[in-house]
Design a protein around this ligand. Structure first.
Ligand code: CTP
Length: 376
């Protein structure tokens, strides 16, 4: 492995550290070790070039084909895969200039990874965080050796994000689901060759490219979309956080405050349990997966809660997310267990949400009946 920093990178971590870790001399300049012609030889030598983190400036320089330092020169001379993991503040990531640079790089075959959402430099948080190291390591492995397309010919329907129930034209009841776990499943299923329909509620992150997307705001929208898609699905994965309740009435006009009386209490009514309905209508061979985020004081309690939920819901697999013990929603890492219908723990995955997604998809793949010719 060779480390090629930019001048800015060397302000964060100095060359001696990189040299000690990599066991090789490190420079950002095309003017060191000139007899070895490093600006050409490094790019040619590399099996893969990974730029992590890739700043907005680096993306711009690479998109423009500049070669004003050793890294950008190497990007022009390499013929192998190039993987860039952007990390920057949300405003910079969402700026049209950066979007255009990312599109240009992708059109040239560069794999530009979607940044994670979470704590950024300083007190800010949002989209723009460098993905977890293990997620990047997996992407590098896959770029060098593409994953088995074990879900090719399968149609997966995945619900993602939260739901929103209107009180009036300006207010709603919602939840904090970011959609990241659901989208990780969408992304991994696509990478493994599946055709994916994502039924997407309220989310904080970008929809991965390649999925068919159906927008659903309320639990009722989500139910309708999922029931309509269920017939053609090999598996339905309920990663969405569906609201259990909705206001019993939605005001057509804005609810106004009044000095004469206290506000009216909000009466709630139950939403249908979509997962239970999907299970009851499931065609033969279809795999239905539920999710459960639980807080528990011990592992035994967590598993007991999960097993009770698996029995109540009747799904083929239940993915249990441990959100207790100080762990918080919206983080990049997660610990999941995949339970069989009978409560047996089939798999466990800790770390990035992509790894968790793969663990879920591995179990789904095992349950799917062999492909018949009609699946094309
Ligand atoms: N779910 C659903 N429809 C609902 C509520 C939940 O399909 N109205 C699905 C979720 O998408 C998830 C699973 O059911 O896959 C479990 O959700 P959860 O909220 O944990 O289940 P609840 O039955 O609401 O259990 P709890 O009493 O713990 O809230």
């Amino acid at each position: 492995m060779r480390v090629v920093p930019t001048a800015s990178a060397l302000r964060f971590v100095g060359a001696p550290t990189w040299e000690a870790l990599s066991g090789h001399p490190v420079s950002d300049s095309v003017w060191s070790d000139v007899p070895a012609v490093p600006h050409v030889s490094l790019g040619r030598w590399a099996d893969i070039v990974v730029v992590a983190p890739a700043s907005a400036n680096l993306l711009a320089r690479a998109a423009a084909g500049m070669s004003d330092d050793l890294l950008t020169a190497s990007l022009l001379t390499t013929t192998g895969p190039v993987l860039m993991a952007p990390a920057m503040h949300t405003e910079m990531w969402e700026h049209p200039a950066t979007r255009a640079n990312v599109a240009t790089l992708r059109s040239r075959g560069v794999q530009v990874v979607e940044p994670a959402v979470g704590r950024l430099t300083g007190a800010d948080s949002g989209a723009g965080r460098l993905p977890e190291p293990e997620d990047l390591a997996r992407l590098v492995e896959e770029a060098l050796e593409p994953p088995a397309r074990d879900l090719a010919g399968r149609h997966l329907v995945v619900s993602v994000g939260g739901t929103r129930e209107d009180l009036d034209p300006v207010r709603f009841l919602g939840n904090r689901s970011s959609g990241r776990q659901g989208f990780a499943i969408v992304e991994r299923a696509l990478a493994r060759g599946a055709e994916v329909t994502a039924v997407v509620g309220t989310v904080e992150v970008a929809v991965p490219a390649g999925a068919r997307v159906l927008a659903a705001t309320t639990a009722s929208d989500m139910r309708e979309a999922l029931l309509a898609e269920q017939g053609s699905a090999d598996a339905v994965i309920m990663a969405a956080a569906v609201a259990d309740f909705r206001p019993d009435a939605t005001s057509a006009t804005k609810i106004k405050k009044s000095d004469d009386h206290e506000p009216e209490p909000i009466r709630l009514v139950r939403n249908p349990d979509i997962l239970v309905e999907l299970v009851s209508r499931r065609p033969e061979g279809q795999v239905v997966v539920g999710f459960a985020a639980e807080t528990a004081s011990s592992d035994e309690e967590l598993l007991a809660l999960a097993r009770a939920k698996a029995a109540r819901k009747g799904c083929d697999l239940l993915v249990v997310n441990d959100v207790g013990g100080g762990r918080v929603f919206g983080r990049d890492d997660t610990t999941v267990r995949v339970l069989a219908a009978g409560g047996e723990v089939l798999a466990e995955a800790s770390g990035g949400k992509s790894g968790a997604a793969d663990a879920v998809l591995d179990e789904v793949a095992k349950l799917l009946p062999p492909l018949t010719r009609s699946h094309g």
